[in-house]
Design a protein around this ligand. Structure first.
Ligand code: PMP
Length: 451
């Protein structure tokens, strides 16, 4: 099939997620292959993968060990159901995940995407209290601007107005508390203390009806790469313990080395009751996700079938052997290549590079945790005034970056930089250079169009 045929057919039949299709039709992109941190389109253009193919690629594309692990598993079987029957790689991976996860985690419940992992966490937390006889504990607390996926349950515990508003009447009510974002002249520790004080007041008033709190680990991803003040998540953990509220930490975006630790909760030694993982679990190869729990969660579901304690949830492809084999190979590489230490070092290098981005007139803030970064665009640094919404400055910047040889996506006025963990310092520098140029070109164009 020629490039033109593919383009025509993609326009005729495809409906891409989170994409206004008229935008896609103006600037279509069809990827054919990938190698290392590069993607190649059907026209033969190569791009740096600046968003890790949506925040999940770890060791680069076509990583030999992962390719081989999938091929080897394929010789045995591609898939058998996990409903009532285990399979070998799913057992091995469960053991590995428990070994790597925070100490208190002992159980692994598989699914196929980050949203499902969180949906499952919410259903588990809800039923946990029902099974234990606390029928009033039914509500969930969540942070403003949070994102946990696009299913009805995960949108209910999410709160990004742009994505969720249209579905409001479909969603169950969650208690939304403000994300601890600093106001002027407030120190990080004051912000942390005051935010936790407010949470304590909420828990004191409503703990008898709250089942759990869902929270992204240390940094909000889709909400614009917002960092929590140091100590906040630890404080939430302590309050959860004190008031018997389940702590559900969403590590879908942050897990598997992204923030410079295997899991972001390690930065504050937090032990979630339930923790969700996906994205980087297979190195970015196959759709595997997992909801990890402490033993007391599992125990609340253990009993005779007739007790109706069973967790009635399961997807057809859950525990897929190819995915689990890819995940095992991915995690082996972490050990073999000492990836976590490498990420710590690369993050420092990237921080230095991003200082040049922070200096640009059109950059209001640069936020970074490990290799997870957001660059906030503004019209003027001094006033922090945003560009008019309809100018879509960040989106236009990403189109410029694409022309310069890097792919990424914006989140409102924030540009995401999430390179594969395998990116070398040279490649990180190239990405930052392209980003600077793309921002300058698009922002200048936007300003010119205003006069
Ligand atoms: N939780 C978080 C924190 C995420 O960042 C995402 C995806 N960006 C999800 C959940 C949903 O994951 P998925 O797209 O795999 O459903």
């Amino acid at each position: 099939m020629t490039s033109n045929d593919l383009l025509a057919k993609s326009k005729k039949h495809l409906w891409l997620p989170f994409t206004q299709m008229s935008d896609y039709e103006k600037d279509p992109l069809i990827i054919e292959s990938g190698n290392g941190v590069y993607l190649k389109d059907i026209e033969g253009n190569t791009y740096l993968d600046g968003y890790s193919s949506l925040w999940l690629n770890v060791h680069g594309h076509r990583k030999k060990e992962i390719d081989e692990a999938i091929e080897k598993q394929l010789q045995l079987i591609a898939h058998s159901t996990l409903l009532g029957a285990a399979n070998i790689p799913s057992i091995q991976l469960a053991e590995k995940l428990v070994e790597l996860a925070p100490e208190a985690i002992t159980r692994v419940f598989y699914s196929d995407s980050g949203a499902e992992a969180v949906e499952i966490a919410v259903k588990m937390a809800y039923q946990y209290w029902q099974n234990r006889g606390y029928e009033n504990k039914k509500s969930f607390v969540t942070l403003s601007n949070g994102y946990h996926g696009d299913t009805v349950g995960t949108m209910s515990v999410g709160s990004i107005e742009l994505y969720h508003k249209v579905y409001t009447s479909l969603l169950f009510d969650a208690i939304v508390i403000p994300f601890p974002a600093s106001k002027e002249e407030q120190t990080e520790s004051d912000l942390c203390r005051e935010s936790l004080k407010q949470l304590r007041e909420l828990f004191e008033a409503k703990h008898e009806e709250i089942a759990g709190i869902t929270v992204e680990a240390l940094i909000q991803g889709a909400g614009g790469m917002n960092l929590m003040p140091k100590g906040y998540l630890k404080g939430v953990e302590q309050l959860c313990k004190e008031f018997h509220i389940l702590l559900i930490v969403d590590e879908v975006a942050t897990g598997f080395g992204r923030t410079g630790k295997m899991f972001a909760v390690e930065h504050e030694n937090v032990q979630p009751d339930i923790m969700t993982v996906a994205k980087g679990i297979t190195g970015g190869y196959l759709p595997i996700a997992a909801t990890l729990t402490q033993e007391h969660i599992y125990e609340a579901f253990y009993g005779e079938y007739t007790d109706l304690k069973t967790f009635f949830h399961g997807h057809s492809y859950t525990g897929n052997q190819l995915g689990c084999a890819a995940a095992l190979a991915n995690l082996e590489i972490f050990e073999k290549e000492n990836i976590i230490q490498q990420v710590e070092e690369k993050a420092l290098f990237l921080e230095e590079q991003l200082k040049h981005v922070a200096e640009l007139e059109f950059v209001g803030a640069v936020r970074q945790l490990g290799l997870m970064c957001g660059i906030q665009l503004v019209q003027h640094k001094r006033t922090s005034e945003p560009f008019p919404w309809e100018q879509r400055v960040a989106y236009r910047s990403t189109l410029k970056m694409r022309a310069l040889g890097m792919l990424t996506r914006p989140l409102g006025d924030v540009i995401v930089l999430m390179p594969p963990l395998a990116a070398t310092n040279d490649q990180l520098k190239q990405m930052v250079d392209i980003m600077k140029e793309g921002i300058m070109e698009a922002a200048t164009e936007c300003l010119e169009q205003q006069v």
